[in-house]
Structures are given as C-alpha cells and as structure tokens.
Design a protein around this ligand. Structure first.
Ligand code: PLP
Length: 418
C-alpha cells in the first residue's frame, strides 16, 4: 500500500564505504559528526507518509539535532518544528521557519520565556495548571495548547519515559475541568492538546494506546484546531544483531483507522501532528573518532579514543548501545576477527565508556572508529566538559560531495563568556 516504508536497511551506511574516512578526518578533524543528506531526506519522507489523513503535519523536535544546515533540509522536506526553549525558537527562525511552523512545548518555563514565544508569534504549549495561570496572566485572550499526560508511557530507559504516573510531564487527565476553568478565567482559547509518551519505542502498541488516551481527552475540548500525538519513534540501534525496525506501515494503518473513527465522533476535522526527533536524524549521523591508545588493565582491553562523553553522552546517560565499526587505511576491519574490548574516551571519569566488552577487531593506534546512528542526541548533548572542544559537523550531500556545516570549537571560544 505504501512504498515509502520499504526496508531502507543499510543504505545510510553506504557512504562509509564510498569515502576515504581517513581523508575526511584529516580534512575536518577528529572527532567528527558526519551526516548523510539522502538518509535525512528519506526519514523525513517516511514520517510525512505516516498518516494518510490529509490534515496531517510533522513537527521535527529539534532538540535531537539543531544544526542549522540540517534544519534547512528538514524544512525543505515540508516539515515543521517543535522547540523546547527560546534558544531553539531563535535557531528555527534563523533557519527560515515561519512562526506558525514552530510549536513551543514548554516545561517549567519562566514568564519571560513564554513572552519570547508570544512576541515572536509562536504558539506555546503549557504542561501544568500553574504554567497555564502564568501564561494566562501575560497573554489574556490568547491561544494556547495544553500538554496532557493520559497515564500511558513508553521508552527504552526510565529516563526517557515522559508520560504515565512517574514523570514530571503533562497535566493529569483528571484535571480537565480545572484546565477549562483557568482558560475561562483568562479568556484563553485552547487550540490544541498534545502529549509525548516517551522516546525510542520499537513497538507501536503503547503509542497507539497513548493516542487513544489523548483523543479521549481531546473529545472534552470541542473547539480544537489540532491534536499533537507526540514523538518517540524508535530506530534499531542493534539492527545488526537482528533488532527489527519500527513497523511504520502497521502503525500507519492503525492510526488512520483510529483517527477516522474519532473525527466522525468529534464532528469536525482537527489537524493531526506528530513530533519525531530521533527518527528523523539518528540514522543519518555517524560519529568518527580516532584511536590514540590500546592497553590492557587487569585483563580488560581498553581502546582509548578521542570520543569522550562530552562528544557523545548517550552511552553514559542511558546505557545506550551504538554499533561500532573500525577502519584502517580506508578499509573496514572484520569485527568477528578479534577479541573483546572496552572502548573509552579521553575524559577524566571512570564512567567515560562508549562501548563495554565489545567484540572488535584487533585495533591499533591510528585506526578510525565509526559510531553509527549518532545523529540524534549526539552533537546536541555535547559539551565542553574537561574544557574539551565540541567537534565539527560535516555533511555528505545528495551528489556525494561533502562540506563542513559547523566548525569545531576553538580554544578562544572556551573563554567567550569572559
Ligand atoms: C524530545 C521530545 C520529542 C522527540 O522525541 P524523540 O524520541 O526524539 O522522537 C517530542 N516531543 C517532546 C515534547 C519532546 O520532549
């Protein structure tokens, strides 16, 4: 029925073999985030095709990766954006998004931050009664969206489950009347309801349950312009170990059926939005680094690289797994011909571990490490911890050429606030 969901399997890895990675690293520096434009566009297309219902739009949640050049591509693909902070609104406007293409989903934000969004014509979502009051006080008679927590959560780690009874997000669905009362008090027009149940699910069932939960809440607001079903669409980080892709086609069919049924009962058509972050950018990004030392400490072999957790935080923050490939003189080494090793970075912390006890080839100093699926929550979570420089970012364009899209930090920039 929908060929957009053809198994896109390994196409995003092709470029690793077409390019001389050593040359790339020599040119742009190591470590380096390297993105593939074709993969990025493909993922945008897949998300655009998720729902057939015509009033459907996709908001890319830019906290996953806010490089302005990538944002411009996403925009070209006809995708709107979610912002989580005034900084993200600022970057989105600079990338060319119109205010009505941006949705600010605040969580515990100040009145000044809300005001920033209002001043720039960006719609705000509030996620507590107290934030709704704050908003009402500064924007009487304005439009607002409300983030609910229908009690259903999902995610790969407890730190990324963002709905259900154990998270700080959203308004409890028992508080609908109170939401309405406060909206009336300030003559606010509730134009949308939104939720986000969690990040990185590979089984769509919880999402679909969450959608039903949100729609039940939406029914209590007769004048909605939109319903935002949230993000969290997962990608198979362990695809090479047999982990399956998210069944988008299956989800698509079920979502359309649920929505059709609900619209009939609602009596009018509301716009439907989703807000994927990871799905759009994860697989288009590879992090390249260099091995600087190999040693064995009490029977554990350590591969010392320049990829500290200031560069890629996910493994340390969420015990995340990223597939690793090793290249020497432009050729991939065979992971099955080697031994177990633990890959670490250059940060002065014992927890600075990129991959633990991995079956890897016999790595030598100077080898290049490619960390796959690093496009989401990679650069965007990077820092200057240990006064390390955040890496450069480069992109492989559609035509196979490549270019720098963000310079590596400079030493001077470390003192830019003084
Ligand atoms: C982070 C976030 C998203 C995107 O999550 P992914 O798992 O990257 O798809 C969507 N909506 C909200 C409110 C978020 O905070």
């Amino acid at each position: 029925m929908n060929n957009n969901f053809s198994n896109v399997s390994d196409e995003q890895r092709d470029f690793l073999y077409k390019l001389d990675l050593q040359e790339i690293v020599d040119k742009y520096g190591s470590p380096l985030y390297l993105y593939d434009e074709r993969t990025l566009r493909k993922r945008c297309e897949e998300m655009r095709g998720l729902i057939k219902y015509p009033q459907f739009s996709v908001n890319y949640s830019i906290k996953a990766n806010s490089n302005i050049e990538l944002l411009k591509i996403v925009k070209e693909e006809g995708i709107n954006a979610d912002a989580m902070s005034p900084g993200e609104i600022y970057v989105l406007l600079k990338a060319g998004f119109r205010p009505d293409q941006i949705f600010y989903i605040g969580n515990n934000v100040s009145a000044e931050e809300m005001q920033y969004a209002i001043d720039h014509g960006v719609l705000v979502s509030v996620d507590s009664i107290s934030q709704l009051e704050t908003y009402g006080k500064i924007h009487k008679g304005g439009k607002v969206a409300v983030r609910f927590n229908a009690g259903i959560g999902a995610g790969h780690h407890e730190k990324v489950v963002t709905a259900g009874s154990k998270t700080k997000f959203g308004i409890d669905n028992t508080l609908v009347e109170e939401v309405k009362n406060i909206a009336d008090k300030y003559a606010l027009k509730i134009v949308g309801v939104n939720q986000h149940i969690g990040s990185l699910f590979l089984d769509g069932r919880a999402y679909l349950e969450g959608v039903k939960g949100l729609l039940a809440i939406a029914s209590k607001f007769p004048e909605l312009e939109f319903i935002d079903l949230g993000g969290g669409f997962g990608i198979p980080y362990k695809g090479h170990m047999g982990e399956g892709k998210l069944d988008l086609l299956g989800m698509s069919i079920k979502l359309d059926a649920i929505l059709k049924e609900w619209m009939k009962q609602y009596g009018r058509n509301a716009q439907i939005k989703i807000e994927p972050g990871r799905y759009i950018v994860a697989e288009c990004g590879t992090l390249l680094g260099t091995v600087h030392s190999v040693k064995t400490n009490y029977n554990t072999k350590y591969i010392g690289t320049d990829i500290g957790f200031n560069v890629l935080m996910r493994p340390v923050m969420y015990d995340s797994y990223h597939e690793i490939k090793v290249f020497r003189n432009g050729k991939e080494l065979d992971n099955s011909k080697g031994s177990k090793a633990t890959v670490v970075g250059n940060i002065c912390e014992t927890g600075d571990i990129l991959a633990r006890d991995r079956e890897l080839p016999d790595i030598e100093e100077g080898d290049i490490i490619a960390v796959l699926d690093a496009g989401a929550y990679g650069y965007s979570m990077s820092s200057n911890y240990n006064m390390r420089l955040r890496p450069a970012e480069a992109i492989i364009c559609k035509d196979g050429s490549h270019k720098l899209i963000r310079k590596r930090d400079t030493l001077e920039a470390l003192l830019s606030g003084f």
